[in-house]
Every structure is written in C-alpha cells, then in structure tokens.
Design a protein around this ligand. Structure first.
Ligand code: COA
Length: 389
C-alpha cells in the first residue's frame, strides 16, 4: 500500500461572497490545482464536502455539477455530508482510495455559503444548522448549536472550574493568530474585556465566543507518494486519519465534557501515524465556540483533562507557546463555512509543514494534527500530517 500525500492546497477568503457556489469552489479548486502543478486530465476522482446545499441552495447534486464546472466532466465524484466534519470525511475517503491504489490523483474540497448573501439571515441559518441536532429529542426543544456547546462547556466549568475569562482567552488568542491570516473572516485582534462585554448568545457564550457564519471554499490535491515527484507542489505526508462517531442526543453521551468521538478518533489517528500526543507540534482544532477548543485540546491528549482553560490563559497555545493551537485563527477568527472547514484545516497543515505560513509560521513544525467535529461531535475526524521524511 502506498502512502497518500498532499501536493496542492488552496482556499478562498472566508467571509461574505456574492458568487454562486460553483464559482466560489472553482477559485479554491484552481488555487490547489495550480499549487500542485497538476493538469485537469491527471485528476481521476473528486471528493466534495457540502452540508447545507439542500436547504440553503436547493442544490443536492453538487459533486458532478461542480466537477463539470471546473472541467472534470466524467470522473467519479462523491458529495459528503457530515455536518461540520463534512470535508474531513471527504478527505479521509480520498486518502484511503489513493492508499488502496484505486485512484492516483484526487481533488478534495468543500464549499458552503452561510452568510446573508444567501438571502438567509442569522435566524434562518441557525435553524438550518440545528437540523444536525437530534430530530426527535433536541430540535423540538429549540436546541441550537450555541446552546449545545454552551451545555457541554457548562459541564466542563462545573467539573473543573473553567471560567468565562479563560474561555475569552481562546477567542483573544485565535483572533490574534487570525490577524496574520489573509483569508480570515474576522482577522483582527480583540481583548478579554471586549469578549466579556459582547452580548450573551447562550450562557456562558458571548457573541465573541462564537464563530461566525461564513461563505468560503477550500481544496487540496491528494496523490500517491509514488507519484509525488511528478508534481511541482511540495508534498506533505498524510500519516493518519481517525474517524469516529458518538450518540447524537446529549442525554445518550457517556460524558458531556470528555468528547468520546474525538478521543477515539485521535487514538486511531495517532496509532496509524505511530505517534503519541507528545509528538504533536501544533494543532488546528474545531473551535466553533471557545469552549469547544478547551474540550478539543483535552480530548486530543494535548493537555490534561480539566487543564485546557488554564493552559490557554497561561499563553501555552499561542503560535510561540509550547503547543500552538489554531495558528490559522481557527473557526473563531478565520470563519466557518461548514463544508469548507475540514479541508481548510488541511490547507493550514500543508502550509505549516512546508514552512510557508509566513507570519503565523510555527517554528520547527514537523507534525501537525487537524480535529474537525460534526454537530455535537456525533462525528469527529482527526488527521495527522507530517513533514516529508
Ligand atoms: N465573531 C466576531 N464578530 C462577529 C461575529 C463573530 N462570530 N459575528 C458577528 N460579528 C460582528 C459583526 O461583524 C457585526 O459587527 P459590526 O456591528 O461592527 O458590523 C456584529 O458582530 C453583529 O453582527 P451580526 O451579524 O448582526 O450578529 P448576529 O447576532 O446576527 O450573529 C452570532 C452573531 C454569534 C449569533 C452568529 O454569528 C452565530 O450564531 N454564530 C454561531 C454559528 C454556529 O452555530 N455555527 C455552527 C457551529 S457548530
């Protein structure tokens, strides 16, 4: 079995866009194709992530539509839908197909439009997002995603004494990183005071604890390592992809504060890569809300259970800290166009491991991980990528 490597990576700016989804995706796709130095004729499969197309775009057959739009007519195409973990799951399937020798060169990406440019505002989009919560038990109670993660975070605060100020430090750190990312939706600094003074959305979250609704697209080119030298793009090894699920109703989870799907996915990914959490140099994690980042860095084994809030407040997760988390700015600052988020994390890992992340470069980065969850972590995908040996 050969290894899968990423040879091309590209993304659009995240934030409001007035283009239709096919043009938005084409911008990211061609950025990754140009970066790889691959010709369209060499791409033999397309894996695509889009979560809300049916509801927000009235468009449910997007993979062949987008492939045709960029000149890839006729090749196998597949759309993935796994709430916010959508394009990470597409990436996993592309990696496995390349490793198995089924495809040599796969284009993988995601695109989503969530801002009012779709014609839908915060209320309507919140309702659409909430369709990833449990249909029978949670949606009728009015549980939306700020509420879901507020409940998980409240439990963490109850068990470990995590504070609102520590949560605010996650936002401050990610906005600090995001100012160095030209693609970020809200790439500007903030302060703990500004976060705590912003309006409450769902206790304990203020507006500035939340990621925004964003439009955007991202794409990567995955090839077999045997072929990597045929392309101009500097290859980065994919050494592990763990993918696990959990019960969706909060009431059925074994723990609210210890995210089971992330723990299991991380263990699977680390085992595949032959590494341990101690070997990770930096992480891109799913900080849809500040509390979600605290839960994630503990579930990944990067910090002990209960210590994630304090570690963040101590500055240990800054780009120049002992374990940089979300050097891209994360969902909080970079933005969160659902289906594009997973492959955007892979774009960041690729840049960091090539040493081309400019002002947000993590010095000496050799091993990076991406953690992308869907819904209330009913799905989590963890990817390990490493500088080419
Ligand atoms: N971070 C930083 N600034 C934000 C922001 C965010 N998440 N969301 C909005 N803003 C800014 C806007 O730019 C605007 O600034 P301005 O007054 O200077 O122009 C201001 O805050 C108000 O923006 P508005 O769009 O009116 O906010 P809203 O109340 O409609 O929506 C949230 C704000 C936080 C409620 C909304 O972004 C949200 O629900 N986010 C979570 C999305 C989600 O659940 N994703 C799924 C995760 S699993």
């Amino acid at each position: 079995m050969s290894r899968a490597v990423v040879v091309g990576a590209g993304m659009t700016d995240f934030g409001p866009h007035d283009q239709p989804i096919e043009e938005l995706f084409a911008d990211a796709a061609f950025a990754s194709i140009d970066d790889a130095g691959v010709s369209l004729g060499e791409i033999d499969a397309f894996y695509f992530g889009n979560a809300l197309g049916g509801q927000a775009e009235s468009d449910t057959h997007l993979a062949p539509k987008l492939a045709t739009h960029i000149g890839l007519q006729g090749i196998p195409c597949q759309r993935f839908e796994d709430a916010c973990a959508t394009s990470s799951n597409a990436f996993k399937h592309a990696v496995q197909a390349v490793e198995a020798g089924i495809h040599d060169v796969a284009l993988v990406g995601g695109a989503e439009r969530c801002t009012p440019e779709t014609g839908l505002g915060t209320g309507e989009m919140t309702k659409i997002f909430a369709s990833a919560a449990h249909r029978q038990y949670e949606q009728p109670a009015g549980l939306t995603f700020p509420g879901v993660f507020a409940l998980l975070t409240k439990r963490h605060m109850h068990e470990y004494g995590t504070t609102e100020a520590q949560l605010a430090e996650v936002a401050v750190k990610n906005h600090h990183h995001g100012q160095f990312n030209p693609h970020a939706h809200f790439g500007k600094d903030t302060t703990v005071e500004a976060v705590l003074d912003s309006p409450i959305v769902a206790d304990p979250f203020h507006l500035m604890d939340c990621c925004p609704f964003s439009d955007g697209a991202s794409a990567v080119v995955v090839v077999s390592s045997d072929l990597a030298d045929n392309f101009a793009g500097e290859p980065v090894d994919v050494t592990g992809v763990g993918h696990r699920t959990d019960a969706i109703p909060l009431a059925d989870k074994t723990s609210l504060s210890a995210t089971q799907s992330a723990r299991n996915a991380a263990q699977e990914a680390y085992e595949q890569a032959g590494i341990r959490a101690e070997n990770v140099d930096f992480a891109e994690v799913h900080d849809c809300f500040t509390g979600a980042e605290v839960l994630a860095i503990e579930a990944l084994g990067l910090f002990e259970d209960g210590s994630g809030g304090a570690a963040t407040a101590e500055g240990r997760t800054y780009i120049d800290g002992e374990l940089p988390v979300n050097p891209s700015g994360g969902l909080k600052s970079k933005g969160h166009p659902i289906g594009a988020t997973g492959t955007a994390q892979i774009v960041e890992l690729t840049k960091q491991l090539r040493g081309t992340a400019d002002e947000r470069q993590v010095e000496g980065a050799k091993t990076g991980i991406a953690h992308n969850l869907g819904g209330d972590a009913g799905t989590t995908v963890v990817t390990v990528m490493e500088e080419r040996a």
